[in-house]
Design a protein around this ligand. Structure first.
Ligand SMILES: C[S@@+](CC[C@H](N)C(=O)[O-])C[C@H]1O[C@@H](n2cnc3c(N)ncnc32)[C@H](O)[C@@H]1O
Length: 428
């Protein structure tokens, strides 16, 4: 694999490319490096490679002429990449894809970056090494070179080690141990010293699953898992105790809500809302589901409905339904909900409202963080949505679901399920 590094600081790469496996890989002809400095292609005596940005603002921009000449001087550029925080995130899958190329040219930006027209004039793919801003592309290029080079056949000596590592199978890697068998009272897990390869492999898979669940549950959503894996994850999940969902309480308000004329009204209870949102709440491990209506006859209706399923014939017929409906609590209004949650949790809850209109002021990620700090009541509206007075008193209003589409009329049961899933995911 031939790497051409286009950089204003070629000396940056001296030591990393001359050390360890990279040096050996170069000696063995598995990797070769060329460095091209755009300053060598500057047309003035001072070697100018940058200019002030059009439109004003701080910093300088790497100019087109010297960089274009530098790129055009490369005999075999192969796939061309510009290291940039605006690019596609480098991950193991992209590293694998790049390792199949015969040559890569890596353009390292400096200052505020390169003139946009270079990205239009050359087939430069933007690649980022993470959601942070580096002072220059060199450190990013080095990450990319290392990630790609070690996947080249023969580079690491024993090629199977790349198949077992973090991300190779969508999991973080298991822990490693070496001699001595005991260090400061800490012993190597017995199974690893036992010589039973089947048990060692099973132990390693379990630790990899547990570590991934604890640190990067987002990876598991895209990982192929079998029943045995799910059992390991279930056990790990149980051992961790209640998840974040325990701090989330839903409140379905039947007043004050808007009707289709924009008037503030109270609307009547819907049986399906009671059942379906209770089932969502139980499935996602939520702390509770409040149904609020100021209408006494509606609360009596709810009482009799719950009585049927929790204490009457419904309980015998469908115990699962009873389990879900046991999360339901009746309230007259939002104040009563907040007081009850505060009493049960020993802490006043934050209030997050939902709406199919407006731009919102909260995101699912922010609500997830709030759940790590204490209880949250997520308020859902019936009718044509929550009245402005409820939205105004909330700590945050979630941006409408599918806000970019033209049609936005979800039933509240569906909205509840989608919002809870976006806040918690199914592995938290
Ligand atoms: C100070 S940065 C420019 C940041 C740019 N103004 C922005 O806000 O997107 C200078 C150079 O560092 C490199 N760089 C910075 N952060 C990076 C990242 N996360 N991944 C890859 N390259 C990065 C790019 O080559 C960039 O042109």
């Amino acid at each position: 694999m031939r790497f051409t590094l286009v950089t204003l600081f070629p000396e940056f790469f001296d030591s990393p490319l001359a050390s360890g496996l990279m040096a050996r890989g170069a000696q063995a002809g598995l990797v070769e490096f060329a460095r091209v400095n755009p300053r060598d292609f500057a047309t003035d005596q001072r070697g100018t490679v940058d200019g002030r940005p059009y439109g004003g603002g701080p910093g300088m921009v790497m100019a087109c002429p010297p960089l274009a000449a530098a790129l055009e001087s490369i005999p075999r550029p192969g796939r061309m990449i510009y290291l940039s925080p605006r690019g596609k995130r480098l991950d193991q899958a992209l590293a694998r894809e790049l390792a199949a190329e015969p040559a890569l040219t890596l353009v390292c930006g400096r200052y505020e970056g390169i003139d946009q027209r270079l990205l239009e004039a050359f087939p430069l793919q933007e690649v980022s090494v993470g959601d942070f801003v580096l002072g220059g592309g060199e450190a990013g290029a080095l990450c990319l070179v290392e990630a790609v080079a070690r996947l080249l056949p023969g580079f690491m000596g024993h090629d199977e080690s790349a198949d077992e590592e973090s991300f190779a199978q969508g999991l973080l890697e298991y822990p490693h141990y070496t001699r001595p068998e005991e260090f400061r009272g800490l012993r190597v897990p017995q199974v690893l010293a036992g010589g039973d390869h089947g048990r060692v492999a099973a132990w390693r898979r379990e630790r990899a699953l547990e570590t991934t669940l604890a640190r990067r549950p987002d990876l598991l959503a895209e990982t192929d898992l079998d029943e045995a894996d799910l059992d390991v994850l279930r056990r790990a999940r149980r051992a961790k105790g209640p998840g974040l969902g325990r701090n989330l309480h839903l409140a379905l308000l039947h007043a004050p809500v808007l009707n289709k004329f924009g008037q503030t009204v109270a609307v009547s209870l819907t049986n399906l809302d009671v059942h379906d949102i209770a089932r969502v709440s139980r499935t996602c491990g939520l702390g509770g589901y409040y149904i609020a209506t100021p209408l006494v006859d509606q609360r009596a209706l709810l009482d009799s409905l719950l009585g049927h399923w929790l204490e009457g014939p419904g309980r015998e017929a469908n115990a699962d339904r009873a389990e879900a409906l046991s999360l339901v609590r009746a309230a007259a209004d939002l104040d009563e909900v907040l007081a009850d949650v505060g009493r049960r949790c020993g802490q006043a809850p934050r209030v997050v409202a939902t709406s199919a209109r407006g731009a919102g002021s909260a995101t699912p990620g922010r609500v997830r963080r709030w759940l790590g700090e204490g209880p949250v009541v997520l308020v859902l509206g019936t009718g044509h949505g929550l009245a402005p007075e409820i939205l105004e008193r909330a700590d945050g209003v979630l941006r409408p679901l599918h806000a970019l589409g033209g049609y936005n009329h979800l039933p509240v049961r569906a909205a509840a399920a989608m919002i809870v899933d976006r806040v918690l995911g199914d592995l938290y």
